[in-house]
Write a protein that binds this ligand. Structure first.
Ligand code: FAD
Length: 327
């Protein structure tokens, strides 16, 4: 019987990707119900450094394939390495970040293994069958992000493979050191890749990204009147905040989709959120519910946004911002 919750340790230049601590949190959600071990698979020319980082995150079993060169972006070959590792480890579940690398490598891996893969999960729930076996309900937006669907594997089909949207789970913070076992598969050799990496260029710093921002100002349809979005952006600039929005605003293209918050957008964990002209639909607030301090401005005193806000200002967002900008 397959056992173990296995995470993909995405890495670059000897450092784990930010997605890895989030996957550890997701693995703990499953472990709380099934009691299975948390495992990681890693392939790199810097396996030792990466294993040390995984140990600090509290991963219990680490499986590594050392390569003789940096394998980044050689997804065709990496997918074969990971497929062979998964065949040997036989985990019940494989958690992958829904990053470009995670999607590219593991869609190939799933095809090699002949198992399914759910893309872009935003929620994982563990359920039990009549025979006592556990399975994961993999929830995700679908059909143009208009419905929320639950996907589950047929009984007996393993591993349950899924990519998880970055930002949905908070990064795991290990409280102590762990006693992890590291196993090297020396006989798994990365096959030659059809991809030759000529040059790698660091990505431009993502200015104004809502993921990881300390303070986020969110504009909804109530901030859509002419000039109000500009005012909102000036306000965000003034207080050093990133700008987020609701779906109707992203749909109009006034603010790009990457800034949309909610079930079909980003999940964020800022310290402060200031919400302007947002009604507070559950599909939106789901993406922002872990905010430490939530302030909402809305002209409707019965707006549902006040149910999640710590402070509510029943007023026109334009008047509130204009008053603040004069300070
Ligand atoms: P509205 O609901 O129209 O609210 C505007 C608010 O502004 C009102 O409360 C009004 O009182 C207030 N207002 C008006 N004028 C002013 C003013 N001058 N000053 C202050 N307040 C004012 N939505 C998302 O945001 N993210 C998602 O990821 C998402 N996913 C979805 C997935 C599915 C499957 C579905 C069906 C829907 C999804 N939605 C999502 C849409 C969601 O249900 C709501 O329709 C949407 O969040 C509403 O956006 P809003 O609050 O900007 O607009």
């Amino acid at each position: 019987m397959p056992e173990g919750i296995c995470i993909f340790a995405e890495n670059y230049n000897g450092n784990l990707d930010n997605s890895v601590p989030e996957l550890v949190t997701a693995a703990h959600v499953i472990k709380a119900a099934t009691g299975e071990k948390i495992e990681a698979i890693v392939s790199s020319d810097q396996c030792r450094e990466l294993s040390d980082q995984l140990v600090k995150l509290g991963v219990e079993e680490i499986y590594a394939v050392k390569t003789d060169h940096d394998p980044a972006f050689q997804d065709d070959s990496l997918s074969r390495v990971y497929a062979e590792m998964i065949r040997r480890i036989e985990p019940s579940a494989v958690l992958i970040p829904a990053t470009p690398a995670g999607r590219s490598i593991f869609s190939r891996t799933a095809a090699i293994l002949g198992c399914g893969m759910t893309a872009d999960c935003t929620e994982l729930l563990v359920a039990k069958r009549d025979d006592g076996s556990f399975y994961i309900k993999q929830n995700k937006p679908s059909f143009g992000d208009n419905v929320f669907v639950t996907i589950e594997m047929k009984p007996g089909v393993y591993p349950q493979m899924m990519t998880i949207r970055p930002g949905v789970f908070a990064p795991y913070e290990n409280s102590g050191s762990s006693d992890a076992k590291v196993t090297y598969f020396d006989d798994i050799v990365m096959p030659a890749s059809g991809v030759m990496v000529i040059e790698t260029v660091p990505a431009a710093a993502a200015t104004g990204s809502i993921l990881g921002a300390d303070t986020v100002v969110v504009g909804g349809r109530g901030a859509a009147a002419e000039g109000n979005m500009e005012l909102l952006k000036q306000f965000a600039d003034k207080i050093g905040a990133a700008v987020g929005c609701t779906r109707p605003i992203a749909d109009t293209g006034v603010i790009p989709f990457e800034h949309q918050i909610g079930q079909t957008g980003a999940t964020i964990h800022p310290r402060i959120c200031i919400s302007l002209g947002v009604s507070g639909a559950i599909q939106h607030t789901e993406g922002i519910k872990d905010t430490k301090l939530f302030v909402a401005v809305n002209t409707d005193e019965n707006a549902p946004i006040y149910n999640v806000a710590d402070y509510g200002i029943n007023a026109d967002m334009k008047e509130v911002l204009e008053a603040y900008m004069k300070l």
